[in-house]
Design a protein around this ligand. Structure first.
Ligand code: SF4
Length: 223
């Protein structure tokens, strides 16, 4: 059983190939100052699922997934913490659905090793390559992020990785942003998404859905 704080269907090109359904897990090891999804830190928020009950909830779109090379995108919170759940989900859904992971990669290597044979594509929010900036923004260091990134690259997965490099008001600059991209390029990565975080937004949970481009939030009052 794990807690999922939102499911959103019929997403196109926002987080993975084809038509995708986003499943957002609760819990995250980071504390980003402008967290888009603060509900992931609230105890008891969302609804509990088993891999089978999640499969049952999302299989309605099987035909779209198959027709468009789409599938399920796991986000959060931090989905890589739920590697065992995702592994069990893959065993149920088979190889025909694409599984994409939207992750900070700031988890123990054990999780990433478990996910490597399962996940098709990775969308990695790097925040900032500079550890001082990363720490001031997230309250955590980024050594694990870098070592996990190297692990994925060593496994020949660099072409399946898109790195998000945000410009974060009050924490990094355009130069920092460009520096992050240069360092990531040196590691062999080529796919980047540079953008600016929206800040000064009200911290209502509904805001997460707007900022993330979600349109159909699940009924969060349900338990
Ligand atoms: S990684 Fe995402 S969910 Fe976690 S604290 Fe940062 S913005 Fe929030």
């Amino acid at each position: 059983m794990t807690r999922i704080i939102g499911i959103d269907r019929h997403r196109l090109t926002t987080d993975g190939e084809g038509v995708t359904t986003l499943a957002a897990f609760a819990d995250c090891p980071l504390h980003c100052r402008y967290c888009l999804n603060p509900e992931c830190h609230k105890r008891g928020y969302g609804k509990e699922y088993t891999p089978q009950s999640l499969y049952d909830a999302v299989k309605i779109d099987d035909i779209y997934f198959r027709a468009t090379n789409g599938g399920v995108t796991f986000g959060g919170g931090e989905p890589a913490l739920q590697s065992a759940f995702i592994e069990a989900f893959r065993a149920i859904c088979g190889r025909d659905w694409r599984i994409t992971l939207e992750t900070s990669l700031n988890v123990s290597e054990e999780h990433i090793r478990r996910l490597i044979p399962i996940v098709d594509d990775y969308i990695i929010d790097i925040k900032d390559f500079d550890d001082r900036i990363y720490y001031s923004y997230t309250g955590a260091h980024n050594a694990l992020v870098k070592s996990n990134l190297r692990l994925l690259i060593r496994h020949g997965l660099k072409d399946r990785i898109t790195v998000r490099i945000p410009l974060i008001k009050g924490y990094n600059t355009h130069n920092d942003n460009a520096f992050s991209q240069r360092m990531l390029r040196k590691m062999g990565l080529t796919k980047f998404d540079r953008f600016e975080y929206v800040v000064n937004a009200p911290k209502k949970h509904t805001n997460f859905y707007k900022l993330a481009g979600l349109s159909i939030p699940m009924d969060l009052s349900e338990k």
